[in-house]
Design a protein around this ligand. Structure first.
Ligand code: CP
Ligand code: NVA
Length: 309
């Protein structure tokens, strides 16, 4: 394992399986300390800049609160209010922010913008969601699965819905940890084929598997974990009505989850669109762990911040 200090976290694959375990271990320790009132100022005196080019509830609040709990500070920067919004380059923004802060978190559209920011920043850069990946979310998801199931390797995770950023990071992160990841999406909405090949290579190494299908019941059959996400991601608002029709048969409802193992857990990165990708009976049902999942954003990101910054 190489030193984590100073590294970027742009893709879930930026962490090896062993490094992910280190993050999960520290996350659990910090979670315990936070709940028991034990101070853990691992980022004392440090500042995180958080650039947002899209809306956020969980990512903003969990990073901001996380930095406070670690003894540091976080700066919320709406991209529209930065000179970035008036044409200052990503590279120059990276160079300048690096003179002020100890780390940069960014939520934007293009993965290539996050990569460019990281190339020119002298401080670690963390991907807080792009159209391509959402690695912090999937670290929280994997921690939540570990807490509820006690292991990752060998479990079957079924993702039902759009082959989007969440599907991408789940495919890569799940297979890296030895999980069977089954994805059911409508024709034309499957995950990126090159990324799927990469996940298949991970699975071949780890003993996991990748299964792509258009049949939601086939994906969910005997699953330990059932996951879905919005049918129209941020930036795809204009496609919402078309997508509502296309994705109708992919709703996670009581009939669909009957195909999963009786002790399956339901997960959703949130925000949920109740009555679209998931119904209340599943989201609020006994198998749902969505609030634990949301809470774990805080703990896993604190571990990442303490290790990277
Ligand atoms: N899951 C997630 O990233 O939520 P926000 O868009 O609220 O940050
Ligand atoms: N796929 C969703 C995730 C939101 C956290 C989006 O990109 O909008």
């Amino acid at each position: 394992m190489t030193e984590l200090k100073g590294r970027d976290f742009l893709s879930i694959l930026d962490l090896s399986a062993a490094e992910m375990e280190v993050v999960f271990d520290l996350a659990r320790e910090l979670k315990h300390k936070q709940k028991n009132g034990v101070a853990h100022p691992l980022c004392a005196g440090k500042t995180l800049a958080m650039i947002f080019q899209k809306p956020s509830t969980r990512t903003r609040v969990s990073f901001e609160v996380g930095m406070y709990q670690l003894g540091g500070q976080a700066l919320y920067l709406n991209a529209a209010d930065l000179q970035l919004g008036r044409g200052e380059t990503v590279a120059d923004t990276a160079r300048v922010l690096s003179r002020f802060v100890d780390g940069i978190m960014i939520r934007t559209f293009k993965q290539s913008d996050v990569e460019e920011l990281a190339r020119f920043a002298a401080v670690p850069v963390i991907n807080g969601l792009t159209d391509w990946e959402h690695p912090c979310q999937i670290m929280a998801d994997l921690l939540t699965i570990l807490e509820h199931k006690g292991r990752l390797a060998g479990l079957k995770l079924a993702y039902v819905g759009d082959g989007n950023n969440i599907a991408h990071s789940l495919l890569l992160g799940g297979t890296r940890m030895g999980m069977r990841v089954a994805v059911a999406s409508p024709p034309g909405y499957a995950p990126n084929p090159e990324l799927v090949d990469r996940a298949a290579a991970e699975a071949a190494r780890s003993g996991g598997a990748v299964e792509l299908t258009t049949d939601p019941a086939a994906a969910v059959r005997d699953a330990d974990v059932v996951v879905t996400d919005t049918w129209a991601s941020m930036g795809q608002e204009a496609e919402h009505e078309v997508r509502r029709v296309v994705f109708g048969p992919y709703q996670v409802n009581e009939a669909l989850v009957r195909h999963a193992r009786p002790d399956y857990i339901f997960m959703h990165c949130l925000p949920a669109h109740r009555g679209e990708e998931v119904v209340d009976a599943v989201m609020d049902g006994p198998n749902s762990v969505v609030w634990d999942e949301a809470e774990n954003r805080l703990h896993v990101q604190k571990a990442l911040l303490a290790l990277l910054l």
